[in-house]
Design a protein around this ligand. Structure first.
Ligand SMILES: *[C@@H]1O[C@H](CO)[C@@H](O)[C@H](O)[C@H]1NC(C)=O
Ligand SMILES: *[C@@H]1O[C@H](CO)[C@@H](O)[C@H](O)[C@H]1NC(C)=O
Length: 535
């Protein structure tokens, strides 16, 4: 994983701010993700949920956050403290706002916790918590449908709450994980006979007592409503000292929102009669949304592999990537959406083409934004972190502008990938799978076509060998070595719109493998070209 880390090093490692933030305690908030069945309480509401890109979370509680909190809310206009709990049940009190009693008052006159304390230190880089990531993926997964990447959830939590914690990023996340690990709420509840069920209900006091007994400290509870309007246990708020290391009894109560079923009354804090269930599934998990709803229209992909020797053996030369000299093997150039017919600029006329070289729109490009600097097409190393090692072997840069292959992949993603209707991870994973499925070097060598400074091969023999080896017709492109001789440069395999299955290429391309004299303008050379494969 070392190479992957190198990209992430680009992110800054700033220290936290030096002014200590005043607050009284932390809430460690855990959400209930129950049962083998899904969804849990988070998911079993009208809004549903989505799994993180790391897969379905375990049947367990998951961390929502570690939130600095005041014991007394502060009025924003004077310094008078307001006990955060005094006003439960008072219709106009801040506690009675839409959420859990942690909320600021509806009109924002009260501040009940600090937030967004340090904009300068708000960015969280995966690098800073790299040793915690696998544990966080298990214990702190996102269920948001906005993004399936848990790092975005953690970044938000850090920015909003962590920057007020007086802890460094690593400590902040490590302490939350340690607290969760020290008290297994699922096991504590199960020991008291409280287990996920679609039908059984439990009184709020039973749940409260089980947690107080199991952890040694009182906690606050919050319910939400399932899709049928039934109360269910949603979040447990354990209270933690200012170091983020020891549990304490919660200094203030919270409205639980665990009503008696279908009753809108907020009862007093004895909470005796109210009951809830621990949710299990009713099948409301939504699939992750596609990147964009307007699917880009194209007809097929060109999957382009290049022979590194030919790339390098031109007047321009080449440079090795930072990761060292690439293998004597084909490397990926790109996976390019392409039209079967070019579109003329400015009208919808189509005209057939020979290859990619004519003017007009023959393929879509920069679908996430324009050429320069647009955020829409930005590739995150995090999104492809598990593919980096394989990409470095199979998709190395040979550019002398930068030895960082990530810049090559970013460019390919921005120009072509954003038009693919695929997520970045799928886009790169499918290209790697296509390359792995057919080893072109091996296919050519089985036909006696091997790199040589002197031997030449007919274009036909190269074409035929590839068609036989992969089962489909591909296009071939030559370039000129530094002596002006044709050499096999790139192989264009054609792939369906899913980026999964090879197909016969619907278009022929100029191979440019000819001698000058044989390259009829506008035509394409099929059989007369001579290619030299350079080692
Ligand atoms: C907590 O306990 C439950 C039930 O015993 C178990 O399935 C789960 O794996 C435990 N969680 C952790 C993080 O150990
Ligand atoms: C492809 O085959 C060649 C020759 O057998 C071998 O050297 C190379 O490692 C193979 N490439 C991959 C990616 O397996």
């Amino acid at each position: 994983m070392k190479p992957a880390i190198a990209f992430m090093l680009l992110c800054s490692l700033l220290a936290i701010s030096s002014t200590a933030e005043e607050f009284d305690f932390f809430y460690l908030v855990q959400q209930f993700y129950p049962a083998d069945q899904w969804p849990g309480s988070f998911c079993d509401t009208w809004s549903g949920c989505c799994f993180p890109d790391t897969g379905k979370p375990a049947a367990d509680f998951g961390i929502h956050g570690l939130w600095p909190n005041y014991v007394k809310c502060h009025s924003l206009h004077d310094d008078e403290g307001l006990a955060a709990g005094e006003h439960v049940g008072d219709v106009n009190a801040f506690f009675h706002s839409t959420s859990v009693g942690r909320r600021h008052g509806k009109n924002n006159k009260k501040k009940c916790w600090p937030e967004y304390c340090d904009d300068g230190n708000a960015a969280l880089s995966p690098w800073e918590i790299r040793d915690l990531v696998s544990s966080m993926e298990t214990s702190w997964p996102t269920l948001s449908c906005k993004s399936s990447q848990s790092i975005e959830f953690w970044s938000y939590e850090w920015k909003k709450h962590g920057t007020c914690s007086n802890l460094g990023k690593h400590d902040y996340f490590a302490r939350a994980l340690a607290l969760k690990a020290a008290y297994n709420l699922t096991a504590i509840l199960a020991a008291a006979g409280i287990v996920p069920s679609a039908t059984d209900t439990y009184s709020l006091s039973d749940v409260s007592n089980a947690i107080a007994k199991g952890t040694g400290f009182t906690a606050n509870l919050e319910c939400n409503r399932d899709a049928d309007g039934e109360d269910q246990l949603f979040q447990v708020y354990q209270c933690v000292d200012r170091d983020g290391s020891q549990l304490i009894d919660c200094p203030v109560p919270m409205p639980t929102k665990c009503h008696a079923t279908h009753t809108k009354q907020i009862a007093d804090s004895t909470q005796g009669r109210r009951s809830m269930k621990l949710a299990i599934a009713f099948g409301l998990v939504f699939p992750l949304l596609a990147v964009s709803s307007a699917a880009e229209r194209f007809d097929f992909f060109y999957f382009v592999q290049q022979w590194p020797g030919s790339f390098c053996d031109t007047w321009r030369g080449c440079c090795f990537p930072d990761t060292g000299k690439p293998a004597a093997d084909f490397g990926i150039h790109g996976l390019w959406p392409n039209y079967a017919h070019c579109h003329r600029h400015g009208d919808d006329d189509v005209f057939s083409i020979i290859g990619r070289l004519l003017r007009g729109r023959c393929w879509p490009q920069y679908c996430g934004g324009d050429d320069d600097g647009d955020e829409g097409g930005k590739l995150s190393p995090w999104a492809i972190r598990d593919l980096v090692a394989s990409l470095q072997r199979n998709w190395p840069t040979l550019s002398c502008k930068s030895g960082d292959s990530f810049r090559f992949w970013s460019y390919e993603w921005k120009k072509h990938g954003t038009c693919s209707n695929l997520e970045p991870h799928d886009y790169f994973a499918r290209a790697l799978a296509l390359k792995a499925a057919h080893n072109l070097t091996e296919i050519l060598s089985a036909a006696g076509i091997v790199p040589s400074a002197t031997a030449t091969y007919s274009l036909d023999s190269v074409s035929d060998a590839i068609a036989k080896g992969i089962g489909f017709k591909a296009n071939i492109e030559c370039n000129r070595d530094s002596d002006g001789e044709s050499q096999l440069y790139q192989v264009y395999q054609c792939v369906d719109k899913e980026g999964k299955n090879l197909m016969d290429c619907p278009l022929h391309m100029r191979s440019k493998c000819s001698d000058q004299s044989q390259g009829g303008r506008g035509g394409w050379i099929r059989s007369t070209g001579v290619c030299v494969v350079v080692p």
